[in-house]
Design a binder for this molecule. Structure first.
Ligand code: SME
Length: 161
């Protein structure tokens, strides 16, 4: 059993402790699926107000769903499609306050209102994206973006294969 001490009193504390927990969880483990699964579980457990948390992986030039917690999701997403495809194509984090206002948003769960997608890059290679959905509008801010980018910078070499 893993027991982490996560200080949730501020976002800065939360992301600092999540980074340490993710480091401990994935340190020395070479299996990408194991590391993505534990990362999704950790994020889903400690980030409040999410209805989907997980990964899409770059496989054969498109995004393919990976380990996640949430409702069953669309399996394949072409580069440039939806929020995930936009993050993958531009390699820039996407913070979407209202998914209904995002052109081409792919609805996997009708409850989703806002979304954060972070590209995962290692050695200039796009490994995939982290996708977080929330039922609340404007759930994610710049601190969530930088916090999750730091988590993915840590994880990238541990899921690069
Ligand atoms: N909404 C995403 C698709 C993936 S689901 O949210 C899990 C998108 O527009 O890329």
């Amino acid at each position: 059993m893993y027991a982490f001490t996560i200080d949730e009193s501020s976002k800065a504390d939360l992301y600092r402790d999540l980074h340490a927990a993710l480091d401990a969880l994935t340190d020395g483990e070479p299996d990408a699926i194991a590391n993505m699964a534990n990362a999704a579980a950790l994020i889903s457990q400690y980030l409040p107000d999410l209805n989907w948390a997980g990964f899409y992986r770059m496989v054969g030039g498109e995004l393919v769903v990976g380990p996640f917690l949430g409702k069953p999701a669309c399996i394949r997403i072409a580069l440039g499609d939806g929020v995930c495809g936009a993050a993958a194509k531009t390699r820039e984090t996407q913070v979407v306050e209202d998914v209904h206002a995002f052109p081409g948003h792919i609805a996997c769960d009708a409850a989703s209102r806002s979304e954060l997608v972070v590209p995962i890059v290692h050695d200039d290679r796009l490994i995939g994206v982290l996708d977080l959905d929330s039922p609340s509008a404007a759930r994610f801010d710049a601190q969530d973006a930088t916090g999750c980018e730091a988590l993915m910078a840590l994880l990238a070499p541990r899921i690069a294969g």
